[in-house]
Design a protein around this ligand. Structure first.
Ligand code: ACO
Length: 330
């Protein structure tokens, strides 16, 4: 807790995650698509993306259910009781309902009531956006203890007749407890969007008059997203380093959005980071959109790789087109 006159910062004090138990290997995806007369292979998926496994939720399990488990895990790691939370921000593109927010549903499941709760929609950049918003609210005194969550059930919006997208995604959730602190914590943030590229990655359907109008399934121009992603991530990284007065050499860990190992390695190379500093979980989780960064962060913390005091660069990129970075001392 800070005195009223001391500079106010925010700091991650606990991480948590949740993967649904049903794991699908690439061999399972080959069989699933073969039953629909579509060909794919473990070799193609591994070589183009680095993905080997993903997890899918069972019927009836929603983003708020995965988020609840991840939040309880993060609260326990932080040693914080749920009733101390005064802000919940959930990043998701696969909410439980059109409204109310998944954050409100999650708040009720956590058994707490009254604190601010809302969703952030920035697709795969969602967690970086949510963390930036929560950091700003803590720095301005609007909140002291936030749950910042990325939770997705992308299996619900996949087109299993489209091999170019359905093999890429998985379900999961990651969460952090972000608390007021006299020392940083979050050092710098940098967010961007370019709406000219809405069409390259979208679920174009909407609900109107009791009907779904347009497709409710994910569509992506993969090569276009790939080109944009490799072009913007270095800039966001350099922006947060500049704002924080740090250099590439200060980065202990790069935790980027887990979409494609080739994009992640390209970013690491541009920042002159050895690949040992890259946290990669895409092989085990696939692309879990807004959940991918907090999931990877939690895995690296639980493995004891990310330690207190390490400087960590988080990066998101995805539909919108959106991208951004957060630099922090863990
Ligand atoms: N199995 C076998 N072959 C396939 C498959 C598949 N699952 N999917 C595509 N192919 C074929 C294509 O049909 C094509 O065949 P052709 O040459 O005969 O036409 C060939 O493989 C190459 O296809 P490309 O799309 O050019 O393959 P590419 O190397 O670009 O990889 C990929 C595709 C993995 C989607 C890549 O473009 C990518 O990772 N893009 C970025 C995705 C991303 O970063 N998303 C982040 C945000 S996600 C979000 O916000 C929700």
């Amino acid at each position: 807790m800070t005195s009223p006159h001391a500079p106010r910062y925010s700091r991650i004090t606990g991480t948590g995650s949740c993967l649904p138990p049903h794991k699908l290997s690439n061999a399972d995806m080959v069989a699933l698509l073969a039953a629909r007369g579509i060909e794919t292979s473990d070799d193609w998926i591994v070589e183009r993306t680095g993905i080997r496994n993903r997890h899918f939720v069972a019927d009836g399990v929603n983003a708020s259910d995965l988020a609840l488990v991840a939040c309880r895990d993060a609260l326990e790691a932080a040693g914080v009781k749920a009733d101390a939370v005064d802000l919940i921000v959930v990043a998701t593109s696969t909410p439980d309902m059109v409204f109310p927010s998944t954050a409100s549903i999650l708040q009720n499941k956590l058994g707490i009531h009254g604190c601010a709760a809302f969703d952030v929609q920035a697709v795969c950049s969602g967690f970086v956006y949510a963390l930036t918003v929560a950091d700003a609210m803590i720095k301005t005194g609007s909140a002291r203890c936030a749950l910042v969550v990325g939770s997705e059930v992308f299996s619900r919006i996949l087109n299993f007749d489209d091999r170019t997208t359905c093999v890429l995604f998985g379900d999961g959730a990651g969460a952090v407890v972000l608390q007021e602190s006299a020392v940083p914590g979050i050092l710098a943030t940098d967010l961007h969007a370019d709406g000219r590229h809405v069409g390259i990655l979208c679920v174009p359907g909407t609900v109107s008059g009791g009907q779904v109008i347009g497709s409710p399934l994910l569509t992506m121009d993969g090569p276009a997203v790939f080109r944009l992603a490799v072009g913007v991530l270095e800039g966001a990284a350099r922006a947060v380093l500049d704002k924080a007065g740090r250099s590439e050499a200060d980065i202990d860990w790069l935790v980027p959005h887990q979409a494609n190992i080739r994009i992640m390695q390209s970013t690491a190379r541009k920042l002159k980071l050895p690949l040992e500093k890259l946290v990669a979980t895409v092989d085990a989780h696939g692309n879990t959109s807004a959940a991918s960064v907090p999931l990877a962060l939690d895995v690296a913390v639980k493995q004891g790789r990310i330690q207190a005091g390490d400087t960590v660069l988080l990066e998101g990129v995805g539909g919108g087109f959106t991208w951004g970075a957060v630099l922090l001392d863990y």
